[in-house]
Design a protein around this ligand. Structure first.
Ligand code: TYD
Length: 133
């Protein structure tokens, strides 16, 4: 079990017209600098496959479902995301992979940093070696 990842509960307002979910400051462990989303993803796609030196993020299945594999260098956990009111918080120095996308799924990512390729760790061995110091 990986302790520093968290499932955040996003409050929603539901009535006969539908549902409205709200992400306010207090729901998130960081200030948002960037938002991106994956859509039109083929079901056999494999995304992620990196860790970050600086970026923290929250991943939300806005529509449909997919599975996130989280790896802290010691253990691995596979988490199915399929609720727009659930956000998976991923701290820095955490390897993530995303696959098993359902048809029409949308993967929203809230990020704590601007895009900067230099803070990506895209090689698994490098990732593990960095953790060992
Ligand atoms: P990539 O990191 O491979 O996506 P994922 O983590 O979902 O598998 O990014 C795909 C491409 O998009 C890559 O060329 C970098 C670019 N990109 C940006 O230009 N800005 C961004 O904010 C992100 C997240 C990616």
């Amino acid at each position: 079990n990986i302790s520093n990842i968290k499932l955040l509960n996003i409050p929603k307002v539901h009535d006969e017209r539908g549902s409205l979910a709200v992400i306010e400051k207090e729901v998130l462990p960081f200030d948002i600098k960037r938002i991106y989303y994956l859509y039109d993803v083929p079901s056999d796609s494999y995304r992620g496959g990196h860790a970050h030196r600086e970026q923290e993020s929250v991943i939300i299945a806005l529509s449909g479902s997919f599975e996130v594999t989280i790896d802290n260098g010691k253990s691995r956990e596979r988490i199915m995301l399929n609720k727009p009111t659930q956000g998976l918080y991923i701290p820095t120095h955490t390897w993530r992979e995303i696959d098993n996308f359902s048809s029409g799924s949308v993967c929203l990512v809230l990020a704590s940093t601007e895009y900067n390729e230099d803070e990506y760790i895209r090689d698994y061995k490098t990732f593990v070696n960095q953790l060992l110091g």
